[in-house]
Design a binder for this molecule. Sequence first.
Ligand code: NAP
Ligand code: MG
Length: 483
Amino acid sequence: MRIYKNYVNGKWVHALREEAFEERNPANLNELIGLFSSSQKEDIEAAINSSNDTFFKWSIKTPYERSNYLKDVLEFLKQERISLSAIITCENGKTLKESLGEIDAAISEMEFQIHQGLRLFGNTIPANRNSVLGLTLKVPLGVVAVITPWNFPLNVALRKMIPALMAGNTVILKPASLTSLTAVKLIELFEKASIPSGTVNLVLGSGSLIGKALSTSSRIHGLSFTGSTEVGLQIQAHAARNLLPTQLELGGKNPAIILKDADLEEASNAVITGAFSCAGQWCTSTSRVVVEKDIYEEFIQILKRKVEDITVGRGDREQTQMGPVCGERQLETVLDYIHIGLKEGATLVCGGNQITDREYSNGCYVAPTIFKDVKQTMRIAKEEIFGPVLCIMSCNDFEEAITVANNTPYGLSSSIFTKNISNAMKFINLTKAGLTHVNMPTAYKEPHLPFGGMKMSGIGIPEAGKTGIDFFTKNKSIYLNWN
Ligand code: NAP
Ligand code: MG
């Protein structure tokens, strides 16, 4: 069987030790997707050499020249939309519709970020001397490492690579092992666009080995990571030794508050979209619902009726609404949490089991699960489960709802459902989350609004209008004596 290789300095190359790891389809673990280079520290070194060697050549191109390459990548991405969606579904498990949604989101983010990269404006600042002009310039960081998760394997990679490249950096991509093929196919688009060798390098393999090698290197100049808080903390500790700038987009435990004046039909649809799309594996998934006590049982019954109707199956089947979770380890984690919830005394409303009969027998399928009577002290209310498991909590009033919603180490996204504008505004002010929504799912986002978390959900929420590119540049101050 073919081994998918690293892409270093414009060539597809085997890892130096020629070892490989395999990837399987989470819809049916008997289906082997492929073998992939299992890289070591030496392979990372080769990529770092290439990226450093190329940096000067790429950074002196004008933003306009750089945009021409990336516009070609965008065009090829549009052409490969269908074939790429099949690959994402086969590696990640999400439905084809969700994979196409990911690609379309990536296309619109890319369009925004290419244009944004043409506006790398500095400032002119009056100096204290008459003949001196003060200026600031935006300059690239240098070699940027991009480490991505498996839940949005295409969109998260592009969201980092495009602004990094537009700003004049060279990029090393280390994708999640579970979605290596999407990364290979993505890099093929850059190759087809004839991007100069060494501008973009791809290294496949284990995060704890090569991801760590990137975060400890003194020859990397910026690192953008999306993944778990646990790994983010390790990266931050390593990076601190070299004062390496990091951008960390981490986990969440995102709440939705349902007040008694909410439109319960609309609110339930938004909660279900937030909780069960992509089998609950969005960083911005709704994982806790805090409901006012007067409508608590009514709202749960509405959710139960709709969630029991969700068709679970292979992502490549037309009728499927929710696919498997992404792989055996993920399956084990989610089932563990369901077990923990039961042991802690939460009440199961629906789901709560792996689906194993007939065509499901070799896949990673979990029935969409709802727990009610969840208490703030329970682990399922505190820890990120990252699967199709929703926790429902009751509260006496609006004030208590906000306290419960904020009672988490995370702060990525939140929502409130109400018709009361005054309560909505109070919530907007008091919610401790980087993104917040009124009468919309926690997972909703658009490319030109800043994206990022508070507390343990990450660092570096950019300024509005500068989302994406800000992290990948630094400022230089210039004093120009023209006399
Ligand atoms: P993960 O286990 O943290 O892995 C993320 C990436 O880091 C993978 O490429 C992984 O490689 C690599 N990695 C693992 N250990 C490493 C280390 N010691 N040093 C450097 N890199 C290392 O996360 P995941 O399971 O792929 O993704 C799920 C998590 O991502 C969830 O917590 C979710 O909330 C979060 N997420 C956050 C956002 C956001 O924007 N805030 C968006 C999407 C996902 P391997 O695959 O080879 O292990
Ligand atoms: Mg993980």
